[in-house]
Design a protein around this ligand. Structure first.
Ligand code: 5AD
Ligand code: SF4
Length: 438
């Protein structure tokens, strides 16, 4: 029997793509192994959003180069595969398969060719038939599922490589989404996370013509589902109807991820984000005034070309003004093909690091304060697993807060996958801690 090893880098989209690839390989009779040394086929599902992510795959490939002769086959999947294409064969001649995310439906055919002895096989079309219908998807969790609703991105942000790695925006027909969501609910999944680079511009291509808010309402109405999340929304397309849908339907989780990138209008303009700080804050206002509290998280890039000290201060002041529940922050990284490469004012690495550290320290204090407000309260947690190192169960609230908690019976209690009430006794910047409430 043939064996494979697969390592995944990058975002939830990539994690979910890997679930599709794993399912395809298992259906072909491959067996998954945890040690690349034991695998006949070694696959990396790659990310190219920042240079560091991209370099990881090359260092992995370097690491195992010597073993290529021993009958092992190597494959590069995902965003670096799409971006670098056949150049990967030159840089890493022991790679046999290069395949971008839009071509995973062709994987069986590509594997046929490899198994027949072809040593350079590539699937790099960005306009192939959709990968939405994936009968073999093998999900990692038995109760929390990712579900793709839209692929690609038509926004034109000057820093971002995604339009080049994942292509134009394609929405999945609503009946196909609903079918998979119903199957998931029937299989016992209670939480679904709708995925796409820009879910808020979802537009049903079938005659039903649903927009994103309608899709949310419909998915949330499926019996058996208790939490429906979605990621990522672009602020430009994030409309009031989405907030109203959340307000009216408690199954829609109390959390919205709304990447702002910068608090300075001058930088937002140079990033081509298509909204101003004021327009963004207006949307934040809708969330803050919603009928029930909704947690808000964001992404921020520091050190974008031409970002002045004053621009950076405006990003810091935005953190105060919004009071985010969590922030993913990054140093700007120059990416191939993107418009920002040609901008002037690229900042030294050291200065980007300095700004990132200041921003992260500020946000840490904000989160500690916000999380502390939960001490003494009860929260509902979907339990994920037991951490033997700390003797605590780990789960998440509807707000997507991580909660570590003890239960009187410890690991014996089989809580994974259940919704339980936890009494919060402590708070850190990144999580809450407490005890199972009885
Ligand atoms: N450099 C740094 N961060 C980036 N992101 C996207 N492109 C870049 C880049 N070139 C960040 C953005 C995005 C998140 C997924 O990654 O903040 O929202
Ligand atoms: Fe990385 Fe973006 Fe590709 Fe996700 S879509 S894997 S974040 S480059």
């Amino acid at each position: 029997m043939k064996t494979f090893y697969l390592e995944t880098f990058g975002c939830q989209m990539n994690v979910h793509d890997s679930e599709k690839v794993v399912g395809t390989l298992l259906a072909r009779g491959y067996r998954r192994v945890d040690d690349p040394g034991q695998a006949d086929l070694i696959l990396y599902n790659t990310c190219s959003i920042r240079e560091k992510a991209e370099q990881k795959v090359y260092s992995r490939l370097q690491q195992f180069r010597r073993e290529a002769g021993a009958g092992k086959l190597f494959g590069v999947l995902g965003c670096v595969a799409q971006q670098e294409g056949e150049r990967i064969f030159e840089r890493a001649p022991h790679v046999a398969l290069v395949c971008g995310s839009a071509s995973y439906r062709r994987l069986p055919e590509l594997l046929d060719r490899i198994e027949a002895g072809d040593r350079r096989v590539a699937g790099l079309d960005l306009d192939t038939d959709e990968t939405f219908e994936t009968p073999f998807t093998r999900r990692d969790s038995p109760y929390r599922a990712y579900l793709t609703i839209i692929e690609g991105c038509d926004k034109d942000c000057s820093f971002c490589v995604v339009p080049f790695t994942r292509g134009r925006e394609r929405s999945r027909p609503s009946e196909s989404i609903m079918r998979e969501a119903r199957q998931l609910a029937a299989a016992g999944y209670t939480e679904i996370q709708l995925l796409g680079q820009n879910v808020s511009s979802y537009r049903d291509p079938s005659p039903a013509g649903w927009d994103f808010a309608t899709l949310l309402e419909q998915v949330a109405g499926i019996p058996g589902l208790r939490r429906v999340r979605f990621t990522t929304s672009h602020p430009r397309d994030f409309d009031r109807r989405i907030v109203r849908a959340i307000e009216e339907n408690p199954v829609l989780a109390n959390h919205v991820h709304l990447p702002v990138q910068s608090g300075s209008n001058r930088v937002l303009e140079r990033m081509r984000r298509q909204y101003s700080r004021e327009e963004y804050l207006e949307k934040i206002g809708w969330l803050k005034n919603a009928r029930r509290p909704i947690a808000i998280s964001t992404d921020i890039i520091v050190g974008f070309p031409g970002e002045t000290e004053e621009d950076f201060r405006q990003t810091l002041s935005l953190l105060d003004e919004v009071g985010y529940d969590s922030v993913f922050s990054f140093k700007y990284s120059a990416r191939p093909n993107t418009a920002a490469l040609a901008l002037d004012g690229h900042l030294p690495e050291q200065e980007k690091s300095r700004r990132l550290a200041i921003l992260q320290e500020k946000q840490r204090a904000i989160q500690l304060r916000r999380n502390s407000e939960w001490i003494g309260r009860r929260v509902e947690v979907l339990v994920e697993n037991f951490n033997p190192g700390t003797g605590q169960w780990v789960g998440r609230t509807s707000e997507n807060r991580v909660v570590n908690f003890t239960s009187p019976q410890g690991p014996a209690e089989a809580l994974a996958g259940r919704y339980v009430e936890v009494h919060v006794t402590r708070a850190g910047p990144n999580s809450l801690a407490g005890e199972l409430a009885v």
